[in-house]
Design a protein around this ligand. Structure first.
Ligand SMILES: [Zn+2]
Length: 269
């Protein structure tokens, strides 16, 4: 009987160890141009929409499904209040009414959230999973590539106006140590590119980051759902087989060898 202790690591889909994701708020008209850039360079993003705000400069709801196809639409509350100042009942209604408005049109469960005005505290982060929210994005940039510890307090790497964006991107491209999972997370508002006349910032960034085989391009919720599936993997005590009860394939690195654990199957490692 071989009792060799194996080293087993969780990998991203395809055995990758880096993920790039974006998050853009408010659903203004400039999202059209941003989505076009993302699609051209194979980027995946999350777009955070206020379901009950319908002023002229917002993307009309009739357009949500087609414009954001292939990306994620997530909550940004129904009317964008600074929720840390609101009573709990208000917070829950702001989130649930936003979900209802978005889901009525998109016909998939909307489980992501970007906190409006970055407004969050521990109490809110603890409460919103009861309204079906799986993650909440803050506005605290970390300038680092670590995976989040708490998805309800998901800090991005950088705002796109960070003067070191390209430098951070280059640093991320250069990461090669496969003992870690790395995430680069860029956020902002598409209308800022027009206001500052700097669409070249996102254009150049996407161009530099596009087409790299070791990067998984994913929306926010795809990252959560994949990591949830990975955490549900049942690995034998000897590390010689695993049962994957999820509907998602999960990738492992076993003694430096990539193995795909197919959904709803037992895989020999
Ligand atoms: Zn906003």
């Amino acid at each position: 009987m071989d009792h060799k202790l194996r080293v087993i690591y969780t990998c991203f889909p395809g055995g990758k160890h880096k993920v790039l994701t974006f998050s853009y708020d408010d659903g203004r008209q400039e999202d059209r141009r941003l989505v076009e850039i993302f699609n051209r360079y194979g980027m995946k993003g999350t777009f955070n929409i206020n379901g009950l705000l319908t002023q002229d400069e917002r993307i009309p709801k009739e357009e949500w499904a087609s414009l954001y196809a292939g990306h994620e639409v997530a909550c940004h509350t129904a009317k964008h209040p600074t929720i840390a100042r609101c009573p709990d009942e208000q917070i829950l209604q702001q989130v649930l009414e936003d979900r209802r408005a978005l889901e009525r049109v998109l016909h998939y469960p909307v489980r992501g959230l970007a906190y409006p005005n970055g407004s969050v505290n521990r109490h809110i982060a603890d409460m919103l999973p009861f309204a079906g929210i799986r993650y909440g994005r803050t506005v605290r940039s970390t300038q680092s590539f670590a995976m989040p510890d708490n998805y309800m307090m998901w800090d991005p790497t950088a705002h796109h106006n960070n003067p070191e964006l390209m430098q951070l991107g280059g640093q991320f491209l250069g990461l090669y140590k496969t003992q870690y999972l790395y995430m680069m997370y860029v956020w902002g508002h598409s209308y800022e590119f027009t206001a500052r006349d700097n669409w070249n910032v996102i254009e150049n960034f996407c161009k530099m980051m596009s087409g790299h085989d070791d990067i998984w391009y994913a929306t926010n919720i795809e990252i959560c759902d994949y990591m949830d599936a990975a955490s549900r993997l049942q690995v034998s005590a000897s590390g010689d087989f695993a049962y994957n009860p999820s509907a998602t394939d999960v990738w492992l690195e076993v003694d430096k060898q990539m193995i795909c654990c197919k959904s709803n199957s037992i895989t020999d490692l």
